[in-house]
Design a protein around this ligand. Sequence first.
Ligand SMILES: NC(=O)c1ccc[n+]([C@@H]2O[C@H](COP(=O)([O-])OP(=O)(O)OC[C@H]3O[C@@H](n4cnc5c(N)ncnc54)[C@H](O)[C@@H]3O)[C@@H](O)[C@H]2O)c1
Ligand SMILES: O=P(O)(O)OC[C@H](O)CO
Length: 328
Amino acid sequence: MVTGTIGVIGGGAWGTALAQVAAGSGEALLWARESEVVESINAARENRLFLPGIALDPAIRATDDLSALAGCEALLVVTPAQHMRAVLAAMPRLEAPLILCAKGMEESTTKLMHDVAREEQPDAPIAVLSGPTFAHEVAARQPAAVTLAVEAQAVGERLRARLARPWFRPYLSDDVIGAEIGGAVKNVLAIACGVVEGRGLGLNARAALISRGFAEMTRFGLARGARAETLAGLSGLGDLVLTCSSTSSRNFSLGKGLGEGRSAAELLRDRRTVAEGAFTAPVLDRAARAAGVDMPIVAAVCALLSGEGSVGEVVERLLARPLRAEGA
Ligand SMILES: NC(=O)c1ccc[n+]([C@@H]2O[C@H](COP(=O)([O-])OP(=O)(O)OC[C@H]3O[C@@H](n4cnc5c(N)ncnc54)[C@H](O)[C@@H]3O)[C@@H](O)[C@H]2O)c1
Ligand SMILES: O=P(O)(O)OC[C@H](O)CO
């Protein structure tokens, strides 16, 4: 069992919520870039910038010194996907397990996070934690379940024992690729569902989009070596359903704004919080085309984000696609 301090790299909403989880059975040491986050957690037991209104466990300590986390027994890596490489590269060579929690793909390389982590920290065992989890609910200790994917079973069992709470249930898997692809793809599909909401296209359209989006996720996942059962589990379909159903999702809200006719540039300008799907969409579109995988909903989201068509035109194009067999 991992009994020592768990490090948390990233003091956004999800890093803070996961620190709350880890602090339930030991100390959590959280690194944040923003000095106001460090001060607010240490002095007021609250992350006023990214997770206001939630009282944090006294076993959480915050620091602005990344190297202070080097001695931790395991590290939850919770920066946005595009910043993970730089943060891991800035750390000394680590041997403790890295539990990757960002949901995205690297823009410059189209790599998944576990590939990036292996390149930057080759000696560290890699795990992926992903599933239907809004940070504010987890931090308030409301029930949730996640996929914890680790290739080495013994490492997975140790991490699960350290992170499990009566209200937080990690389900073990060895399908690291599947867990990552579910989390990355669902963010893009959530933008599409937000567009349906913003444009007032109705609940039937949203359900159709979730189902056909899941077919896209499955096609892409299988082409990249994921297992179908992982994609149908918590980190795939589970998270897709959550994120496509609520304005608590930043990705869904971004899509809703697009559907209401606002531009991506306006919606993304001066954002403090991250809507990962906006970064993942073009990368995923590129990776899918390179692999010969048909992902028309992802392509439609890309067109809207880059301003290549109005909402009306993009929806019309999707609806004009040839009719085909459901499993095709
Ligand atoms: N919020 C959630 O409910 C939730 C749940 C599950 C997974 N996630 C995933 O967790 C990851 C982090 O999201 P979040 O919600 O905690 O973030 P957030 O939107 O609450 O905060 C933004 C974060 O980005 C960090 N950041 C900005 N610029 C940076 C840089 N140059 N280098 C390093 N970090 C930088 C900020 O310090 C802050 O921690 C994302 O991949 C997200 O998809 C979020
Ligand atoms: O707010 P979102 O859209 O980043 O979604 C948060 C989590 O990923 C939901 O599981």
